[in-house]
Design a protein around this ligand. Structure first.
Ligand code: ATP
Ligand code: MG
Length: 459
């Protein structure tokens, strides 16, 4: 049972509905919280939802590098990487809607059935290297590769989970303090343990070496109940390799588990390795539509008022960008809030972007404003002295529409100059007529929420 101030939805309970997802059984639990099975009630498709507690993340101010990194997560599309479809948020939780991988962890497979035969193990390793190399090419490093993050699908292919998520502060406790003892250190590269700064690519390769070793032998290369002894073993590198391992595999393991990252084999080296190359068929990354994220990416085509053609991709905003944009992840402050300077007001709406432009135009015109369309924004002006508002005078407001999905948009109203009461009147009218939260909360259940955002699966 999860109970927090201001919230009483019990996400532990089966059958709770979060947006269009019905939450089902628990699939597992990690450092951040639980992973639950979920069903999209519209499409019937099954997903896994990782539920992150915002309180645990709130204490941390995420720097730009991390923001950039998590923004790219959504763009990763590879058959051996768990897809992140969308991100939902309430006041207290973040829900990451992930591809559902049905057969559990590779760890459990090895724990119950023992090591893989070399040919089968090599096939798994091919997929692991394909996934890791694809993510590295996209600038995302895992930093927490371990068997628990290698999932198996119904066709015995692997899917790596949590790629890039180590950018999130997994190792921070409730006080936001780093605690180095959490998680299993068995997969961690020596240069990471020595904490002197490291190269993400080489550190991930080390962890792949540990995984390859476990796949082929059924046990860990570096292990000890005493942490100091374990660290010594890791710093020494190159573990004992059982005799049944072929010379080719043994060679590759030795080149990967080289404690010096400068001489350690890299991805290209692994791909050129003779043992690795046997029966290697590189995976083809899935339908990779380029998605641009930049400051101009959110606007509607000025000519047509639509988000068609090339523009439709450009109108999507990544939910992680929203996390970055909203101070300290307090998303409740992101919607329906006028900021302290009273110059900016944002509200969520479930009208389409085209519809929003037309309605904003109509409502503002009705209030006596003049409208200009420029660069995909609406400029809303009031210059008449005969305003309906007694304090009326000049006011200039810009309206922009950010399309989060086909059904959710965010409208931002910014005042350049002018009469605050007239501006407030306009904001109130627009958000009352077009805003979603007051009249129609997105979340069912009892949790009070005004914040909600989505990355559509269609991206
Ligand atoms: P960490 O918090 O370090 O990532 P972890 O990997 O054990 O540790 P989670 O990533 O939260 O924790 O996942 C917990 C468990 O939930 C996984 O080990 C797995 O059993 C299950 N799980 C996670 N993602 C999925 C998924 N996409 N499909 C099916 N099961 C999943
Ligand atoms: Mg995980």
């Amino acid at each position: 049972m999860v109970r927090e101030s201001g919230s009483c939805v019990d996400v532990e309970k089966k059958g709770v509905q979060i947006a269009q997802y019905e939450i089902g059984r628990t699939l597992g639990e990690g450092n951040f919280g639980k992973v639950k099975q979920a069903k999209n009630l519209i499409t019937g498709k099954e997903y896994a939802v990782k539920i992150l507690d915002k309180k645990k993340i709130l204490a941390i101010s995420i720097d730009n590098q991390i923001k950039r990194e998590i923004a790219t997560l959504k763009l990763l599309r590879h058959p051996n990487v768990v897809r992140l479809y969308e991100v939902l948020a309430t006041k207290t939780k973040i829900y990451m809607v992930l591809e559902y991988v049905t057969e559990g962890e590779l760890f459990d497979k090895i724990a119950s059935k023992g090591r893989f035969k070399e040919d089968n193990g090599r096939k798994i390793f091919h997929q692991l290297i394909d996934a890791v190399s694809y993510c590295h090419e996209n600038g995302v490093y895992h930093r927490d590769l371990k068997l628990e993050n290698v999932l198996v699908d119904s066709e015995a292919n692997i899917k790596i989970s949590d790629f890039g998520l180590s950018a999130l502060p997994q190792n921070l406790d409730d006080n936001g303090l780093l605690h180095t003892t959490c998680g299993s250190p068995n997969y961690v590269a020596p240069e990471v343990l020595s904490n002197k700064g490291y190269d993400g690519e080489m550190a991930d390769i080390w962890s792949c070496g540990v995984i390859l070793y476990v796949i082929l032998t059924g046990f860990l290369p570096f292990d000890d109940r005493n942490l100091a002894v374990l660290y010594q073993k890791i710093f020494r590198g190159v573990p004992q390799i059982p005799k049944w391992i072929s010379p080719g595999a043994s060679n590759l393991i030795t080149s990967i588990l080289d404690p010096n990252p400068k001489t350690r084999i890299n991805i290209d080296g692994i791909k050129a390795d003779l043992w690795f190359k046997h029966d290697y068929v590189p995976a083809i990354p899935e339908d990779d539509k380029e998605i641009y994220i930049n400051d101009d990416a959110f606007f509607i085509n000025e000519e047509t008022g639509e988000s068609g053609g090339q523009g439709s991709e450009l109108n999507q905003i990544n939910a992680f960008q929203l996390i970055g944009m909203s101070a300290c992840l307090d998303l409740s402050g992101f919607f329906e809030k006028e900021d302290a300077s009273e110059r900016r007001m944002i509200f969520a709406s479930n009208h389409s972007s085209k519809d929003l432009f037309e309605r904003i135009d109509a409502i503002a015109t009705n209030l006596g404003f003049q409208i200009q369309k420029r660069n995909g924004k609406l400029k809303i002006l009031h210059q008449s002295k005969s305003s309906k508002n007694p304090g009326g005078g000049h006011v200039s407001v810009s309206a922009q529409v950010f399309e989060l999905s086909t059904s959710v948009c965010v409208v931002e109203l910014s005042k350049f100059y002018g009469d605050p009461s007239l501006y407030r009147e306009l904001c109130a009218k627009l958000s009352n007529e077009l805003g979603v939260c007051k009249s129609k909360p997105f979340l069912t259940g009892q949790e009070e929420t005004t914040s909600y955002y989505v990355i559509p699966p269609s991206i």
